[in-house]
Ligand binder design. Structure first.
Ligand code: XMP
Length: 508
């Protein structure tokens, strides 16, 4: 399949470039700046990302452009543009102060294919400390702003090279998507054949070829990623897929029952295992968050393995790993700051081969694929939920009584978000029981001395960063009233207004 390669020099917005290219129904891969693939037959163009570094600094990331120059069209963005310029005899200098924010293009070469359809004075987003003060030989300036002469340039070659000082991938560059479309579709020749339907079609065929008559095991979590993998695999190999859904006793109210019904409705071959006794007894008295996670992780592997062992002829373990779990983002020292995410220590000794059919997808694409597979909306749009479940939302030790209090409060919160039409706008929401804190309240004529519940709702695009959701006061007020009136043991409700970073989404 045709693809664009995005070489990552460590910019905060590299993933955004990837998303924008995918939105143009074009497949792309984001790779560390020095990992351009050996075999690039299906690569139709290369984009070099921005970076917090200076191209002239000692620790700058440099690459050999000749790996693809002359064979693939190139677009350098910010640092990428500076790098191409610098390596070809141009001059890059500190601009003195960092230029950050919206700018208007004062001059645009409307005949250049990169700017096809652009309006005069189009708004762009700048974020740079260095500028290209002299273009390399053969390069022509194709756009300027009031402060930046070489806001974009062009080198005419068998395969053209473009550089933009501004960031087309950022929302504030109003015609940024058009610029990327001009590059990806017109200049690189993308046939725009990447779509959810096409993905399903090719993935099912690939899975059939890869798996043959083998049997596959999949751990389901109730979340969208593993559910989509289940339906894809079922399309490919039918009942040779066995799914295992473990109830550790710390799921949301009625979740085990509802999700099992959903799975059965989808015709999946699912074994539901109620292992809550084991988990809760092993967690008894444990307060320390990391210790809780370790116990849950260990018990999960134990329970999963015990069930999986019964499927004696299984050869594959399928996982719902998605692309953001795997992208290696660079920090400025060149170290990988986000390493390959893997589902915590699942059975290596079982000698199963890994099958990860959605490992190239972003979350919104997983949802599109789910929709195209005919999965119900409430499954597709379900908020992410942590593996250890309510265990990391009960601060303190875990008991059945606390779980049930939190399940009720959480259920009221989520229902109120749905009724207010806010659920789908929010990345993730839930309630947290501060079970080690008690405060005084008054209910009727009675003094109460009970626990508070904190509500957490965030907006995000990938859970790496998040803002608290700006929920209207009326919705918070209604939720708070309902929780305090209906959930015995709770006499106070707070709303968490921290962003991530520095806070995290989960409290533990
Ligand atoms: P944090 O709390 O790190 O969460 O901001 C980021 C995202 O990851 C989820 N999360 C987990 N998911 N096992 C999981 O499967 C875990 O141990 C875990 N901890 C956090 C969290 O719900 C959010 O979506």
């Amino acid at each position: 399949m045709q693809k664009i390669i995005i070489l990552d020099f460590g910019s905060q917005t590299t993933q955004l470039i990837g998303r924008r290219v995918r939105e143009l129904n074009t497949f792309c891969e984001i790779l560390p700046y020095n990992k351009y693939p050996e075999n690039d037959a299906d690569v139709i163009g290369v984009i070099l990302s921005g970076s917090p570094l200076s191209v002239y600094a000692e620790d700058a990331f440099h690459i050999d452009l000749n790996r693809f120059r002359g064979r693939k069209p190139i677009l350098g963005i910010c640092y990428g543009a500076q790098l191409i310029s610098y390596c070809n005899g141009g001059k890059v200098e500190s601009a003195g102060t960092r230029e950050y924010g919206r700018q208007q293009l004062q001059f645009i070469d409307g005949n250049n294919p990169l700017f096809k359809g652009f309006e005069a004075h189009s708004q762009v987003w700048m974020s740079h400390g260095d500028s290209i003060t002299r273009l390399p030989e053969g390069a022509v300036c194709i756009a300027s702003t009031q402060t930046v002469r070489n806001a974009a340039y062009y080198i005419e070659e068998a395969c053209p090279i473009f550089g933009t000082q501004f960031h087309p991938e950022v929302y504030h560059t109003l015609q940024g998507t058009l610029l990327l479309q001009n590059f990806v579709v017109d200049i690189c020749g993308s046939k725009q054949e990447w779509s959810a339907e096409r993905f399903v079609e090719t993935t099912v065929a690939e899975l059939q070829a890869q798996l043959g008559n083998d049997r596959v095991i999949l751990g389901l979590s109730g979340g969208v990623d593993s559910s989509v993998v289940a339906v894809l695999l079922q399309r490919a190999i039918g009942d040779r897929l066995t799914c295992i859904f473990v109830d550790h006793g710390m799921l949301r109210k009625n979740e085990f029952r509802d999700v099992m019904n959903d799975y059965k409705g989808l015709g999946l071959n699912v074994i539901g295992v109620d292992a809550s006794e084991q988990f809760l007894s092993d967690l008894s008295g444990v307060k320390e968050p990391e210790q809780k996670r370790k116990i849950i992780g260990r018990d999960f592997v134990e329970v999963f393995q015990e069930e999986a062992r019964k499927i004696t002829d299984a050869k594959w373990l399928a996982q719902g790993t998605i692309y953001p779990d795997r992208i290696e983002s660079l920090n400025i020292t060149g170290k990988v700051i986000k390493s390959h995410h893997n589902v915590g220590g699942l059975p290596k000794e079982m000698h199963l081969q890994l099958c990860e059919p959605i490992k190239w997808l972003f979350k919104d694409e997983v949802r599109r694929v789910g929709r195209s597979l005919g999965m119900p909306d409430h499954l597709i749009k379900r908020h992410p939920f942590p593996g250890p479940g309510l265990a990391v939302r009960i601060l303190g030790d875990i008991t059945r009584e606390k779980i049930s209090i939190l399940q009720e409060a959480d259920d009221i919160f989520i229902r109120n978000l749905r009724e207010a039409g806010l659920y789908d706008e929010i990345w993730q929401a839930g309630a947290i029981l501060l079970s080690e804190v008690r405060s005084v309240g008054v209910m009727g004529d009675e003094r109460t001395y009970e626990n508070p519940v904190a509500l957490r709702a965030v907006t995000s695009s990938d859970a790496m960063t998040a803002d608290f959701a700006h929920i209207p006061y009326e919705v918070l007020a209604k939720t708070s009233n309902e929780i305090i009136n209906k959930v015995k043991g709770v006499n106070r409700v707070c709303y968490d207004i921290s962003s991530k970073p520095p806070a995290t989404i989960e409290w533990e």
